[in-house]
Ligand binder design. Structure first.
Ligand code: ZN
Ligand code: ZN
Length: 461
């Protein structure tokens, strides 16, 4: 059985190798291209769509399969009573939509109007070039385009990204299915359900309408939702640089393929949902088949790898949140004050208090000080490092954070400035922890004003 494990190995390919390769656009001579396609003639998609030529831009075969037949079925359903055995039969034969990772294991089902290797090739291009112009159904071109538009309108074969489907071309079963696709679809999709419902409980018309046409319609729409809804609705727990998303609604609609952010990050993993309580009947089916010996070589990423991705994405979100908060003026942007100048200003009525070499203007906070006005006033114009750090009261983490928003200067030769200057002179910035965006991280207990062993005597009086 083919597996699409080639897809994610692209990430590991040496860039030098890639640049030595021909254009990443699909080769015009690739097998499985429409044999009528002549690369020398301009493709219809290269001529602008007008009132006269619009019908040439339409992929009529696909229109028949994904719009024409379903509409016929819906109209026929109005005149066809739905019988219980037919309804049960239709539900039981609804196969999970087969995306390439599942196609590899499940076989292809008969969902897409395009033939299996084409579907797989487009799917691989979608993974390799997600959201770019080479993505055959990029959601950046609109939700409807990613759902249906890309099939209803002809595609320029030169635009779709190039991917390796040699494994599928070499696979006899796939090639047989490719050659006999329309026959297989018509027989398995329409005639077989009609025969079952007709011969077993006499519901010939219901068999073809409900268990045939409308069931296919449902599975088609479910599959298309993987390309549209799963790139539009939900969270991005593993990476938010591209559009794939996780959402329970998409999972319900697509029989489990709604955890699409996971699927794009770990494409060869046979699962979409990794939590037991998440809805992924496709995964459950594959698992059952494995127990029956019908599926094998199921791929799974180690939870260590999965958790790393999750933690990094959480970190990124956290960094964005932190960057929006006021952590006080950066120390290196604060003016340097002489000690005597600080004392003078405090004496002249400015509510200045120095903690760990940093000067804070607490004038507006004196009335709100939880420990009382007198207490905070006793620190004005002094080195309040020890008072603040336990000499009088060991202030809370929140107090250190709040204090940092009031800082207005640093004392020349003061403690923190010294550390900062020394680090700068030595060309190190290891003194400060920084996030991925270069924003300084201030951890609880790591505030400048937090001094763990303040000199016992200083300023405590
Ligand atoms: Zn996929
Ligand atoms: Zn996708």
């Amino acid at each position: 059985m083919p597996s699409h494990q080639n897809v994610e190995t692209f990430a590991a390919v040496d860039p030098a190798y890639l640049s030595s390769q021909k254009s990443a656009a699909a080769s015009t001579s690739e097998p499985n291209r429409n044999h009528k396609y002549d690369p020398k003639k301009p493709h219809i998609t290269e001529t602008p769509l007008t009132r006269r030529n619009w019908y040439k831009h339409v992929n009529w075969l696909n229109v028949v399969f994904i719009i024409g037949i379903p509409i016929t079925g819906l109209i026929a359903a109005i005149y066809t009573p739905l019988r219980l055995p037919t309804a049960i039969f239709a539900v039981l034969t609804t196969s999970p939509p087969a995306s390439a990772s599942q196609q590899a294991t499940i076989g292809y089902g008969h969902t897409p109007p395009t033939r299996p290797p084409w579907w797989a090739r487009d799917h691989r291009a979608h993974h390799r070039y997600t959201d770019t112009d080479k993505d055959p159904y990029s959601v950046r071109k609109g939700l409807l385009y990613s759902h249906l538009g890309w099939m209803v309108m002809k595609q320029n074969p030169k635009r779709i990204g190039r991917t390796d489907i040699s494994d599928l071309n070499d696979d006899k079963v796939v090639q047989w299915q490719h050659k006999n696709y329309i026959k297989v679809v018509v027989f398995m999709g329409l005639i077989f359900p009609m025969l079952v419902a007709g011969l077993l409980w006499g519901d010939w018309v219901g068999g073809i309408v409900y268990a045939g046409i409308l069931r296919i319609f449902f599975v088609q729409q479910a599959t298309f939702c993987v390309n549209s809804l799963a790139h539009w609705l939900g969270d991005q727990p593993f990476d938010d640089r591209n559009s794939p998303r996780d959402h329970v609604i998409t999972a319900l609609v697509t029989l489990g393929e709604g955890y699409h952010n996971f699927h794009h990050e770990f494409p060869s993993d046979y699962r979409n949902a990794i939590e037991w309580h998440q809805y992924d009947p496709t995964k459950w089916s594959i698992w059952v088949w494995k127990q029956m010996g019908l599926a094998y070589d199921l791929k799974q990423f180690r939870s260590n790898e999965i958790e790393k991705g999750r933690v990094q994405q959480q970190q990124k979100k956290l960094d964005q949140k932190r960057a929006k908060l006021d952590w006080g003026v950066p120390l290196d942007s604060l003016p340097v004050m002489e000690w005597d100048d600080y004392v003078d200003q405090a004496k002249n009525g400015r509510g200045l208090v120095a903690v760990a070499g940093v000067v804070h203007d607490v004038t507006d906070f004196i009335a709100d000080h939880p420990g009382g006005k007198a207490m905070i006033k006793s620190g004005l114009g002094k080195d309040a490092t020890a008072m603040f750090n336990g000499g009088v009261y060991n202030h809370s983490n929140a107090a250190h954070n709040l204090l940092s928003t009031m800082r207005v200067g640093v004392i020349r030769g003061g403690m923190e400035v010294e550390i900062w200057k020394r680090a700068r002179d030595e060309g190190k910035d290891a003194v400060y922890v920084k996030d991925g965006n270069g924003t300084r991280v201030v951890r609880a207990g790591d505030q400048v004003t937090k001094v763990h062993d303040p000199p016992a005597s200083a300023g405590a009086a």
